[in-house]
Design a protein around this ligand. Structure first.
Ligand code: SF4
Ligand code: SF4
Length: 445
């Protein structure tokens, strides 16, 4: 899961707010999704029971709440599969949250799940305690089941769809997290329509799978770390990711603005409106989105749960000291200071910021390391949405609804539909229509 979080910023201060992704069951999961980057983290803790103890839960809850200097805090539960802890663990978590909550503070819980263990009792609990659930689903059956299988290799689609239906019956707030990978990358429109029309969700995140081959120890065993530049064939390519997002955007911008919320579109609109992206991947720096393992080990980020990124253990070092440490500060700033010149000069740097450091494994055309594996896709997508984003940002500034873009797009589409092949292209490029937008087939291309 990618963090919708504050980042460390560029001025060195103790952060007023930070988020920690909690892994109460460590990397343990009842599924065996083929592209999962976290299952291998089990190797970090040989012999562990992989269960967060209740005294650690209490200590963490107290420290986490005490350290926040904002009126709202969110506990983020992830895994592995956090529901493997059982409901009583989360009832205890709520009790500790109530015990340590400061006057006037609002406490929220967000939980990412594969959905396969949800039943009436879970859904009632989520509803009663206002949990926001992220449900992992990769599209319709024939796309979802390619990689999202259980330990026996059996498909999981029916169980996940049943979880969505159960949450809807219990009025649980949930969004869908869809990973984009080799199997569904060419089906952006189909995936989006399925989520909108069949699952009937209003909130969607599309997360690219960039899965590196596992590094090996000298004895040939896996280290559990993703290193080097070899990418598995389950991964999406940069170009595919751009095409996927463009296909979804083209449908969304014509009929669903204000009705369906796609995380990366919201992030983009914030950036085009001159605000911070609010999603760590596209922020200038990292550092305020950490991860804590089942035993209290704290790491710089969920994507860097590796020995060299361990900050300490919450049983030994106060949480705030780790968050404010030199090591964590350096981790966060490196995202900005290692950005290649190619990115610094890029026309969409204001929204992209070079993407997540974990994916910066390519060379730039002029031979500088540190270009994002997804660059081609990011660049294509952010350029593709430039004109509609400018329009929506202007509507926002004028205190009008961004959804007005849909009427604007309909008018534009009509102009393009009426253009003859040898006419000047209506986009104003100066080229003939046949050499310009007639080739792309879309007014927003
Ligand atoms: S490394 Fe930075 S951008 Fe990537 S997931 Fe972690 S906090 Fe987000
Ligand atoms: S689109 Fe590519 S070149 Fe531009 S900032 Fe993003 S990663 Fe860098």
């Amino acid at each position: 899961m990618i963090n919708t979080l504050p980042t460390a910023g560029t001025e060195r201060t103790t952060p007023a707010a930070f988020h920690i992704m909690l892994k109460p069951r460590g990397a343990i999961c009842n599924l065996d999704c083929k592209y999962c980057y976290f299952l291998s983290k089990e190797m970090l803790y040989p012999g562990s029971r992989f269960r967060m103890a209740t005294d650690l839960l209490e200590s963490y809850t107290r420290q986490y709440i005490e350290a926040q200097r904002v009126p709202e805090v969110t506990f983020a539960w992830q895994g592995g599969e956090p529901t493997l802890m059982g409901l009583d663990f989360f009832r205890t978590a709520i009790a500790y949250q109530q015990k340590y909550c400061k006057p006037g503070m609002r406490v929220y819980n967000a939980l990412q799940t594969n959905g396969t263990l949800l039943d009436e009792a879970w859904c009632q609990f989520f509803h009663d305690n206002g949990f926001l659930i992220g449900l992992s689903m990769d599209g319709p059956r024939h796309l979802h089941d390619v990689y999202r299988v259980d330990k026996g290799g059996k498909p999981t689609f029916d169980r996940v769809l049943a979880a969505a239906r159960l949450m809807q019956q219990h009025k649980v707030d949930f969004n869908i997290l869809t990973t984009v990978h080799a199997a569904n990358a060419e089906h952006g429109g189909e995936v989006y329509r399925f989520l909108r029309d069949e699952v009937m969700t209003q909130f969607v995140q599309f997360i690219p799978i960039v899965e590196r081959e596992m590094a090996l120890h000298a004895d040939g065993n896996d280290t559990g770390n993703q290193e080097g530049v070899a990418i598995t064939n389950r991964s999406v390519t940069g170009a595919q990711y751009g095409q996927f997002l463009n296909a979804v955007f083209d449908e969304w911008v014509r009929r669903d603005v204000g009705r369906v919320f796609v995380q990366i579109f919201d992030v983009a609109l914030a950036a085009w409106s001159g605000e911070r992206a609010g999603l760590c991947v596209f922020e200038e720096t990292c550092g305020a989105a950490l991860a804590m393992e089942h035993n209290g080990d704290v790491y710089s980020c969920d994507h860097f749960v590796e020995p060299r990124y361990k900050l300490g253990n919450v049983n030994d070092i106060p949480l705030l000291d780790m968050v404010s440490s030199d090591q964590q500060w350096a981790f966060g700033q490196a995202k900005r200071t290692t950005l290649p010149a190619y990115c610094r000069e890029c026309e969409v740097r204001f929204v992209c910021n070079g993407g997540c450091p974990k994916d910066r494994i390519l060379m730039t055309p002029d031979g500088e390391p540190g270009l994002n594996y997804l660059c081609a896709g990011y660049r294509a997508f952010f350029n593709h949405i430039d004109a509609p984003m400018k329009f929506m940002a202007a509507e926002l500034r004028a205190r009008r609804p961004p959804a007005n873009i849909m009427r604007h797009m309909a008018q534009q589409d009509a102009v393009f539909a009426a253009a003859k092949r040898n006419d000047p292209c209506p986009c104003g490029s100066g080229r003939k229509f046949k050499h310009c937008h007639a080739r792309y087939g879309s007014a927003s291309s």
